[in-house]
Design a protein around this ligand. Structure first.
Ligand code: GRF
Length: 204
């Protein structure tokens, strides 16, 4: 059984989707920690309800990003997870951490990468005028939303969509794609070769 740690900065609906999939027995893993950079987020309440230990590394308490990242790295060593899941984690992860946990850290992005990386993927998609939008689960590398892609799910964009309606349609797919990617990782079914992630068939 894999040790999973989730990093989240906000409401935590993706975190909850992963907890739910674990509870349903769909993921061969246990959630050993929620790590958050903000002491006031809703994700903490969700962790408490699920009895998941919470590690708060409150960004506002640090003089600079270097000091914050040093404590984050220490916490990640102590937690010693097999997989670190960035679920609405709103900070760019420093290169020292990325290098150390390469292949063990995944992220979800609310756009069909490589289109619309960075902040507000849904808004970028709307402004560009695409007809299909979606979400991407990918390994974290040194680029911005740039690592090898594990799972993508698409949704239509309608003429009368606004940011909220598109966001909701994509989020519903995030809640399917993310647990699926975590389950594949925890079943040792992901083989990374350069940019490509091959998904092994389910063991008989
Ligand atoms: C999601 O849209 C995710 O794609 C993005 O941030 C949002 C987090 O939502 N990275 P939640 O905190 O999981 O509800």
């Amino acid at each position: 059984m894999k040790r999973i740690a989730v990093l989240a900065s906000g409401r935590g609906s993706n975190f909850q989707a992963i907890l739910d999939a674990i509870a349903r027995g769909e993921i061969n893993g246990e959630c050993v920690a929620l790590i958050t950079d903000n002491k006031d987020v809703h994700a903490i309440e969700l962790a408490k309800i699920a009895d998941v230990p919470v590690v708060v590394i409150n960004f506002g308490d640090y003089p600079d990003r270097t000091a914050f990242e040093a404590d984050l790295l220490t916490a990640m060593h102590v937690i010693n997870a097999d997989l670190f899941v960035c679920a609405g984690y709103r900070r760019i992860i420093g290169v020292d951490i990325v290098r150390e946990f390469v292949g063990k850290m995944i992220n979800i992005h609310p756009a069909l990468l490589p289109s619309f990386p960075g902040l507000y993927g849904q808004r970028q998609a709307l402004e560009y005028g695409v007809k299909i939008a979606g979400c991407t689960v990918h390994f974290v590398d040194e680029g911005l939303d740039a690592g090898p892609i594990i799972v993508q799910r698409a949704v239509p964009v309608f003429d009368d969509d606004d940011e909220k309606s598109l966001d909701e349609r994509i989020l519903a797919q995030e809640h399917i794609a993310f647990p699926e990617a975590v389950a594949l990782f925890c079943a040792d079914r992901l083989i990374v070769s350069g940019r490509h992630v091959r998904i092994l068939p389910e063991a008989p």
